[in-house]
Design a protein around this ligand. Sequence first.
Ligand code: CDV
Length: 308
Amino acid sequence: MREIVIGGAQMGPIQKADTREEVVDRMIALLQQAKGAGCDLVVFPELCLTTFFPRWYMEDQAEVDQWFEREMPNAATAPLFAAAREAQIAISFGYAELTPEGRHFNTSILTDRDGNIVGKYRKTHLPGHSEFDHDRAFQHLEKRYFEPGDTGFQVWRNMDAIMGMCICNDRRWPETYRVMGLQGVELVMLGYNTPSVNSQDSVEGLEKRLYHSELSMTSAAYQNATWVVGVAKAGDEDGHPLMGGSMIVDPNGYVMARAETEGDELIVHACDMDACSFGKSTIFDFARHRRIEHYGLICSQTGVVLPD
Ligand code: CDV
């Protein structure tokens, strides 16, 4: 048995006016709770140091850049890394990354139990749009503020397991998990900021959105025989509701722990990495059963091409 006690540290809303320091204090409080629960690893949400700023239209690049981190750790997050090291808990969290070359990414990192960064992932599937869209109920400007990630879906050996990350919208794409599955992934960690309503369809509300999120993660867990931990930033951010629904999914696709609130809430499950072995060696033994001669379109064509 290779057991890792994992905490999903869902975070409630972060308002525009909230400081990084206030947010880090909340993250440390969740980390202390996780320590009490015996956690080895804690997963925090996407862009969890600030409000979900891509909902705001900005033209001034200096104003945009104030939401980004120029280094990690930095002054604001150093106490979080110190607390994690002290507790001997590995962490994963998302933030907006501004590189020394001036590139902007939606990023997440993974540490070992000593607070050393062992993995970095930059979001691949950026949803939304790049110009102000008058037809939407609210904006989602990730394509304006970030460039698509350049890391691809790597995995890392950490804590005697094979771990990978993706971010929010990535969780809806089977390719995300399959690329990691082909590297033997046993744990996929992801954070998300998902509005409770569809900006382009006011009828699509919370129930359907929670269902699609769960469907994406549970099916991917099963089809790749991997644990999936999905963690929300939830609640009302300056009048904009984000859904919760954080969950820990086992390699059979069953939800083993689920958040009940839209606030700061820790969910915990003892995840046995060996539970991935059965699926990986039977129905989803890729080496025996995949037929790559028929998958070419997936990598040669982006959109739909209809038959004549
Ligand atoms: N932050 C996100 O990537 N959010 C998207 C919304 C826009 C649908 C998501 O897939 O949850």
